[in-house]
Design a protein around this ligand. Sequence first.
Ligand code: BTN
Length: 281
Amino acid sequence: MLLADAHGHDGLARQPDRFREQRISRTLSLVNFALHADDCVDSTSERAFAALRDGTARHGDVHWAREQTAGRGRRGAAWHSARDEGMYASVVLLPSEPIPPAALTMAAGTAVCAAVRELGVAAARLKWPNDVVVESAKLAGILVETRGLDPLRPHYVVGIGVNVAQREFPAELVRERAVTSLALCGASASVESVLERVTEHLERALDELERSPDRIASAYLDATELRGREVVLEMPEGELRGHLAGLSLARGVELARNGGSRSFAPLEHVRQLRAAPEEKK
Ligand code: BTN
């Protein structure tokens, strides 16, 4: 049986249909999703790492909870995880060979952005490296992690948080940055339907990543809405400006400048990629 309800909570009753279907079995080229539904956990990514540590984790496990008490984002930031207000899930990937984390971030970002657009937020776009935003307000975030560097046993946990039903956010969070939710964007969706759409798109994106990594990079670039625009690229060696001509996992960010073009790699070194501020006339 591919499906698992880890702790016997009401997850089975609430889980999206696509997980029920997988009782039958479903083999994908990269992922075979199996749901571990929980009521309240510290962090779904921590649950995924705990399963990796005790040897029970399987490729494609999805740890999903209604609430997180220690949800976390990038750079040690907390992730607002109130009960039933957001979609909090972490996917375990155990590929046979290491995958560059930037590739997984792109695949997951592209998938989450496509999912929220489909759920009615047409204005959602990607902001480097892993934010889904509407204008400048953050709607969703992705955290790809790996712990330990055994190249013979690569493992990744792709943590995904989508703000779904919040009508307001804690003041300390709003002070830090603009945030939004599907509800505030006028899209009414259940947490389960968000999980369903996100995993559906993730499945496709991971499949595509395996077949044609540059197609994922290109889809990611489209979702940033920066293709062809003048951008600022922040690398460890400094800031560069140019027109964004392309994005490739192998060659990095391609900038057209002064009649020529040059690529900047690796993508893991790209600190920021954003629209250049308009020149004052
Ligand atoms: C970010 O944009 O900073 C990444 C946010 C990732 C949040 C998700 S919610 C599910 C999973 N569990 C966590 O503790 N974090 C990720």
